[in-house]
Design a protein around this ligand. Sequence first.
Ligand code: 8YV
Length: 329
Amino acid sequence: NARRPRVFVARRIFPEVVAQLREHFDVSTHDTDEPLSRDELIARLQGCDGVFVAGTEPIDATLLAACPTLRAVCSMAVGYNNIDVPAATARGVVVSNAPGVLTETTADFGFALMMATARRITEAEQYLRAGHWKQWSVDGMAGADIHGSTLGILGMGRIGQAIARRGVHGFGMSLVYHNRSRLPAEDEAALGARYLDLPGLLKAADHLVIVVPYGPTSHHLIGAAELALMKPSATLINVARGGVVDDAALAQALAERRIAGAGLDVFEGEPAVHPGLLEVPNVVLTPHIASASLPTRLAMCQLAASNLRAALTGQAPPTALNPEVLPLR
Ligand code: 8YV
């Protein structure tokens, strides 16, 4: 006799995942890629028990207060800086993210960006397409080596470690890293990883890959002062979040060749991109697609859907961020 829980899917996702949700819930969907405004989202959430989001919808205290029936916020992203988890916890709303399923795919892409940046693949293709390739040149489009160089990882979580494994085992790179906490000694030993403070990491890395979560403590973690510590031959790769890097300072450092290049999948204020980054040649720019292999995007959706199912049927969601709220219900 109990009514089926109501779920709103706030992004266009794979139809088979919506179909799975419909087996358990009354589902309404937003079917275009145009993001909903905050007011539209609040309107669509009235009377809903759960919401499926990506890493983009701002789920803050005001929105939660305006949607009092909401009991579960399930995101298909691993990063959850768009969700105010303490505010959700205070209201008894369970929140989940989607860790694990995108680790290897995102690490593949981080590595691809690093290689494209070091070897100037985008710049070289543009040169070719523009018809500038008329002869061979001894230093034409010559870049930096990956193999045998020093890989610097800022943020040694799941994705950071997956990138580190590729670098060490696949490319014979030596590994330096900085993280809130050190890896266990056996993990450091397995990777030959050297822990450094942030300035030490910036000075040592030939290729710096940023994989830290975004939040108040990582906002503009890399700005002009930090970029100034890097080698002029170094590259910087960001597959974490826009805002961790000060894009204006980075554009300037690239323009002045204070570092050799950057590979960026994420931007402050995306989908807008700092105009200075669009002007410099020594940067590889991609539209936030590090997790975008089809199997991985499907797995991310399915994990978010599993979390919703569990949260709204009284089971433990596989990847809840605040499972402590559940016994309260
Ligand atoms: C998502 C991401 O594509 O998981 C994350 O944190 O940034 C990406 O994998 C994006 O957030 C949309 O869900």
